[in-house]
Design a binder for this molecule. Structure first.
Ligand code: CS2
Length: 478
């Protein structure tokens, strides 16, 4: 039997139900990017606000690219389950906060209508780093991006995140307050989104650009929860716990954190009910999390890929990769400023513990995807900050990524990471390892245009030579 509004009461005992009248929910939030992360993170905070009695905040979930999730949710009255797992312990709950699940290419008019509704006060988004059509090294709009070019030519039938936001805003009556809350892993994510949307609007519609600048709030946020993409095994596990078939089931860790800059243009859900922290300055939280967690994650992903380790937990259990992860975190810690009240070492230890969670099937391939978008945010600031001083683990991580790109995996990569083929082609065209490093550093889209220290280049070339000769195990045994 499948999970729906009619059947949800028949879930196994112990499964937590929404516990409120979903028919009373209004559409208060439009969310762009209906993947597992949103549904296991922000949606749960909104659920908590609704359970506290505020029925204004039903979520209109919009998928811009992927039809599977909206189709699955629509067949389940938008209900789905979240199973939180820490080792053998697990809790399963049914989430009721999503009230619509739309696939934008098929429902564009409704999506734009929802964005234009003056009663709508909050838009959230999780479209991944590449979903913003941003140039990773400069954080400026990539005006050569095919989707941006399409949307500039066809502003009323957009397909990019920015194009959809702009088209919705254009239809919106002036003066209706709106806050757009970016929930992707980018430093200053709200400020960056404001700049990108402004740059996009300024290309064709100066009045809209002014509204983006003056009328819309873009609070910065730090989001944290490990939510692997569902696999057949995780779905079976969740369905077993639920006792109903659920094509939207998510299995994730029990840990969750959301830190939000308290800068909204109008009303918002009381996300504090779910434990969100409202603060004046999110930057130290973002830097700490993006570098220590995501930076280490990416290093584990490439080391794991090169060593044939499929999941993060397997990689962490491998003596070489496990020790390497610890070292990368220490290298990143050397330059990161943690928020007041945090102890960087204790935070790192808790992270390592989370990464060892054997109940999650978090694939190294998933984290390795989109490296040209992630590496410039996760590793390069630390390598810039310590120009001169050797950071043995982080530099080995960078060498492993370059080696991974130049090996024959670039076909698979091209599919995920549209920035990878150009860098991979440079690396493959190089005549020697030092030449490969020169080529990489000359690739300004990823490495920026400021020169990199020659000593760093020399060390990277040596690491590439070791990788070529003895593989990742040789590089990590030092
Ligand atoms: C991961 C993140 O896929 C990735 O690149 O590093 O999705 C990570 O799991 C989350 O940011 C954890 O909060």
């Amino acid at each position: 039997m499948r999970l729906t509004q009619r059947t949800c009461g028949r879930a196994r005992a112990g499964v937590r139900q929404p516990g409120y009248d979903r028919s009373r929910l209004s559409r208060g939030v439009v969310h762009l990017g209906l993947g597992a992360f949103h549904r296991a993170h922000q949606a749960l905070y909104t659920e908590a606000a609704i359970r506290d009695g505020d029925t204004r905040w039903g979520i209109v979930g919009v998928s811009l690219r992927e039809p599977r999730t909206p189709r699955a949710l629509a067949a389940q009255d938008c209900l789905y389950s979240v199973t939180e797992r820490a080792g053998p312990a697990a809790t399963t709950r049914i989430i009721g906060a999503v009230v619509q699940a739309w696939y934008a290419p098929h429902t564009l008019d409704q999506v734009l209508g929802a964005l234009a509704d003056p009663g709508l006060a909050v838009v959230t988004c999780t479209v991944t780093e590449k979903g913003y059509c941003v140039q990773p090294s400069s954080a400026d709009l990539d005006t050569t991006h095919a989707d941006i070019r399409h949307d500039l030519a066809h502003p009323d039938t957009p397909r990019s995140t920015l194009g959809v936001m702009a088209a919705g805003l254009r239809r919106r009556p002036a003066g209706a307050p709106l806050s757009i809350v970016c929930c992707d892993n980018m430093p200053a994510n709200g400020d960056t989104l404001r700049k990108l949307l402004w740059q996009y609007a300024a290309l064709t519609d100066p009045a809209l650009a002014r509204r983006v600048r003056d009328d819309v709030a873009f609070p910065n946020t730090m989001v944290d929860r490990i939510v692997p993409a569902a696999t057949p095994a995780s779905r079976r596990d969740a369905q077993h716990r639920l006792g109903l078939r659920d094509e939207g089931a998510i299995v994730c860790e029990a840990y969750s954190q959301w830190v939000i800059e308290d800068r909204f243009a109008g009303p918002r859900p009381a996300w504090e009910a779910g434990g969100a922290l409202m603060t004046g300055d999110v930057r130290p939280f973002q830097a700490m999390k993006l570098q220590l967690l995501n930076g280490t994650h990416s290093a584990i992903a490439y080391a794991g890929q090169l060593c044939g380790l499929e999941t993060v937990a397997e990689a962490m259990a491998d003596p070489l990769v496990g020790a390497f992860a610890n070292g990368v975190m220490a290298d990143l810690r050397a330059t990161v400023q943690v928020p007041a009240g945090y102890d960087a070492v204790r935070y790192s230890e808790a992270l390592l513990q989370r990464l060892r969670n054997t109940a999650l099937e978090h694939r190294t391939a998933q984290i390795a995807a989109d490296g040209t978008q992630k590496v410039p945010l996760r590793w390069l600031p630390a390598l810039r900050a310590i120009a001169g001083a050797e950071r043995p683990y982080l530099e080995r991580a960078l060498a492993m990524w370059l080696h991974w790109l130049r090996s024959d995996r670039e076909q698979a990569l091209a599919w995920h990471d549209s920035g990878a083929p150009a860098l991979a082609a440079r690396l493959r065209g190089a005549h020697s390892d030092p030449d490969a490093v020169r080529e990489a550093f000359a690739h300004a889209a990823v490495f920026g245009s400021e020169p990199w220290p020659p000593l760093l280049a020399a060390r990277l070339a040596r690491h590439l030579a070791v990788l070529r000769g003895g593989g990742a195990a040789a590089l990590l045994s030092f």
